[in-house]
Design a protein around this ligand. Structure first.
Ligand code: UDP
Length: 381
C-alpha cells in the first residue's frame, strides 16, 4: 500500500464553494510557484504538489502559512489519491472525504524544463510526461476537474517553419538528447486528448515558449539565467554556436496571465503562449550586457546537439480566442529581473560555508572574486 510522502500543512480546509480547489503539480517550480500566487490571489484553494527535484522550497516559503495553501511532497509519477493524501494527515475519514472532496482544476506542470535538468534526469522526465500525466488525468477524470497541461514549444522540435503555428506538427529527433522532454510532452498531449475523447475530460493545452523571470534557478543552465548571472559576475557570457539561433522570451507575469485565461476559456487548444519578439542568442547576450552595464565579454562554445535553430510563437490564436497578448518587452523584463539575480548571488555567497581549515571569514581565493562581485552586485539606484 502506498503512503503519502509528506504533507506540509495540517491546515487543509473543507472545500468552500466560493473557493475553487486547484491542484498544481510542479507547484514549487519557477512557473508553478507564480501560478500558485496568482490562483491564491484569485481566491482558489491551492494544493501544490512537488518533489523539489528542480523546484525549490524557497519559491513557496511565503505561502506555507496561507490558510488556502497546502504543500504536498509527492512524486507525480506515483499514483495520486488526493482524498487519502490529504485525509491521512488531517484526520478526515475516507467516507467523509469521498463525499465532500472535490477538485475543480488540475494544472499539470511537473517536469524538469531546462535542457540541463531534463538531460540530467532523462528517465524521470519521460516518466513524468507519461506516468505523471496518466495519474493526473485519472485524478481529473475522477473529480470532473478541468485539466490544464503545461506543454511546450519543444513539441515543434527544430522547426522547419517560422513562426510556429499550433497546426504545425513539428520536427523532433525521437532518439536525440532533447527527445526525453520533447517526446514526453508530445505523449502527454496525446494522452490528454485521448482522455478527452474517450472519457470526456475537459482539457486545455498550453504550449509554453521560453519564459524568464524571478524564481528561475540561477544555475538551471538556460541561456537567460546564465547570461544575466555571468554579466553580474563579470564573467564572459557563454554563447553556444555562433549565436544566430533564435528564441522568443516571455516575462513570467505575461505567461501566467495567459495560462489563467486559458483555464477560464472553453477552448481545448493547443495554444501557443509566448512572446513573439524573436531574438538571436548573440543579440540577447549583447542586450543583457548593455542593460546590466557589465564590462564582460562574450565567449563562443560548441552548439549542443539538436539545438533548435529558430523559435518564435505565432500567438494569433491566443490573441483572438483568449484576448491575450504579452505586455512586457524584453529590455523592461531584463531590468525587472536583475535585482532578483543579484539577490540570488548574494544569498549564494552568504550560504556557502568556509571549508575546514579556512578562516570563518572569506576564503582568500574567493575574496578576489567577491571584491569583483561587490562591484557588480552594487545597487543601481
Ligand atoms: N545557450 C547559450 N548559452 C548558454 C545557454 C544556452 O547560447 O549559456 C543557447 C542554447 O544553445 C539555445 C538557446 O541558448 O540555442 C536557448 O537555450 P535554453 O537552454 O535557454 O533553452 P531552449 O530554448 O534551448 O530549451
Amino acid at each position: 500500500m502506498w503512503k503519502p510522502q509528506g504533507v506540509d500543512t495540517a491546515k487543509f480546509s473543507n472545500h468552500q464553494p466560493d473557493h475553487p480547489r486547484t491542484l498544481v503539480t510542479g507547484g514549487a517550480g519557477f512557473l508553478g510557484s507564480h501560478l500558485c500566487d496568482r490562483l491564491l490571489a484569485e481566491g482558489h484553494e491551492v494544493i501544490c504538489m512537488d518533489t523539489l527535484l528542480t523546484g525549490r522550497r524557497a519559491n513557496i516559503q511565503h505561502l506555507l502559512g496561507h490558510p488556502r495553501f497546502t504543500f504536498l511532497n509527492h512524486d507525480a509519477t506515483t499514483p495520486i489519491n488526493l482524498r487519502r493524501l490529504l485525509g491521512f494527515r488531517v484526520g478526515v475519514t475516507s467516507r467523509e472525504s469521498s463525499e465532500s472532496f472535490r477538485l475543480d482544476y488540475l494544472l499539470h506542470l511537473a517536469s524538469p524544463a531546462s535542457p540541463k535538468d531534463y538531460q540530467r534526469h532523462p528517465i524521470h522526465t519521460l516518466k513524468l510526461g507519461a506516468l505523471g500525466t496518466h495519474h493526473a488525468l485519472g485524478l481529473a477524470k475522477a473529480h470532473g476537474s478541468v485539466f490544464l497541461l503545461a506543454s511546450t514549444s519543444e513539441v515543434y522540435g527544430d522547426p522547419a517553419v517560422n513562426p510556429q503555428q499550433e497546426s504545425y506538427w513539428g520536427n523532433v529527433n525521437p532518439i536525440g538528447v532533447r527527445s526525453v522532454y520533447d517526446e514526453a510532452k508530445r505523449f502527454a498531449e496525446a494522452l490528454a486528448m485521448a482522455y478527452h475523447r474517450e472519457h470526456g475530460v475537459e482539457i486545455r493545452i498550453a504550449r509554453i515558449f521560453n519564459t524568464y523571470g524571478e524564481r528561475m534557478r540561477a544555475d538551471d543552465g538556460r541561456a537567460f539565467p546564465n547570461f544575466v548571472v555571468q554579466a553580474l559576475q563579470g564573467r564572459p557570457l557563454t554563447v553556444y554556436g555562433d549565436g544566430s539561433q533564435t528564441r522568443s522570451f516571455c516575462y513570467v507575469s505575461d505567461l501566467v496571465d495567459g495560462l489563467c485565461r486559458l483555464l477560464q476559456s472553453q477552448d481545448i487548444g493547443p495554444f501557443n503562449l509566448g512572446n513573439p519578439e524573436e531574438i538571436p542568442l548573440l543579440k540577447l547576450a549583447q542586450v543583457i550586457l548593455e542593460v546590466t552595464g557589465s564590462p564582460s565579454g562574450i565567449v563562443f562554445k560548441p552548439l549542443p546537439s539538436d539545438d533548435p535553430g529558430r523559435r518564435r510563437p505565432d500567438i494569433s490564436k491566443a490573441e483572438t480566442t483568449l484576448r491575450w497578448h504579452p505586455k512586457v518587452h524584453l529590455r523592461e523584463g531584463i531590468e525587472r529581473v536583475i535585482p532578483y539575480f543579484r539577490s540570488q548571488l548574494i544569498n549564494a555567497r552568504v550560504d556557502s560555508p568556509p571549508k575546514t581549515g579556512e578562516s570563518p571569514g572569506i576564503r582568500p581565493r574567493r575574496r578576489n572574486l567577491l571584491s569583483k562581485l561587490e562591484w557588480f552586485l552594487r545597487p543601481t539606484s
